[in-house]
Design a protein around this ligand. Sequence first.
Ligand code: PNS
Length: 165
Amino acid sequence: MASSRDKSVIAIYPGSFDPVTNGHLDLIARGAMIFDRLIVAVACNVEKEPLFDVKERIEIIEAVTFDWKNVEVDSFEGLLVDFARERSANVILRGIRAVSDYEYELQMAMMNRKIEPQIETVFMLPGEAYSYLSSRLVKELARFRGLPKGLVPPLVEERLKTKFR
Ligand code: PNS
C-alpha cells in the first residue's frame, strides 16, 4: 500500500531574485537538503523596472546553483499556485528573515491556501548573517558605493559592477 511518504516532495521557491543574494542561496541550500526537488521560480512582472531581466536572472541562478543536482530554475507569469500545479509541486518555500516579513508572508500563504488548499507553504529561516539582507539594499549599495564582501555570489558582484559602471 502506498503511503503519503512514497510521493516525492517537489517545492517551488518563488521570488523576484533581482538579483539573487547569498541569503537566497542559503535558503536554496537548506531547501535542497530536505525536498526531493526544488524549483527556483523567477516571477515575471512583479517589479515594473527590474535591474536584471528575467533571462539574466535565470542565467545567474542557474550558474550559482549548478552544484545542486535536485535544483532547477524556471520563471512564471500569473499566479504562483497555478505555476505550482503546472509543475506538480506540493510545497511553496519562502524565507522569513525577521518578524517584519511575517505579516506579508502570512497573508500570501493564507491566500494561496484559500485558492489552492493542496499546496502547503513551508517557511525556513536563512542563516542569521543574512537576516538583514535584501536585493533592494544590495542594488542601492552597489549603485552608490559598492558592496561589502559576502552578500552576493561573485558572479552577481561582477554583473552589478557592469550595470553601474
Ligand atoms: O521576492 P519577492 O518579491 O518577495 O516575491 C514575491 C512573489 C513573487 C513570491 C509574489 O509576489 C508572488 O507569488 N507573485 C505571483 C502572483 C501571485 O500568485 N499573487 C498572489 C499571492 S497570494
